[in-house]
Ligand binder design. Structure first.
Ligand code: FES
Length: 120
């Protein structure tokens, strides 16, 4: 018996959930003010019926701590920075549902240069 194919997710959202220990000078994505963003994003997805086609994943540090809170959307290597609930609302509407990345919320180029070509 042939099994039906399970569709790939349309998007993966990797939300950095790293927090620094108290007193650590290095910035991190999860602070007292930003700690509910993952829950907010997940709830937003559920309410819109997007869970499944969109996989929301907690990650540790994505290496852009000074621009946090950050999340990476694949495909496309779209890194969103300095997130807030308002930004998440627009990213879900315009990028996830509408298919158009919200350019003004993407990390600046000086923090997100072209990837290193490993085949040379
Ligand atoms: S702590 Fe989030 S990118 Fe480093």
């Amino acid at each position: 018996m042939e099994m039906p194919a399970i569709p790939q997710p349309t998007f993966y959202i990797f939300k950095c959930e790293q927090s620094s220990p108290p007193g650590m000078p290095k910035p991190s994505c999860v602070t007292q003010e930003s700690r509910d963003l993952f829950g907010y994003l997940s709830q937003n997805m559920m309410q819109k019926g997007l869970m499944g086609p969109v996989q929301v994943i907690r990650t540790s540090c994505l290496g852009r701590c000074q621009m946090g809170p950050v999340m990476l959307i694949e495909p496309g290597h779209h890194m969103y920075c300095q997130l807030s609930k308002e930004k998440i609302d627009r990213i879900v509407e315009e990028h996830i549902i509408g298919g158009n990345p919200v350019r003004e919320f993407l990390i600046p180029d000086q923090f997100w240069g072209e990837p290193v070509n490993l085949s040379q």
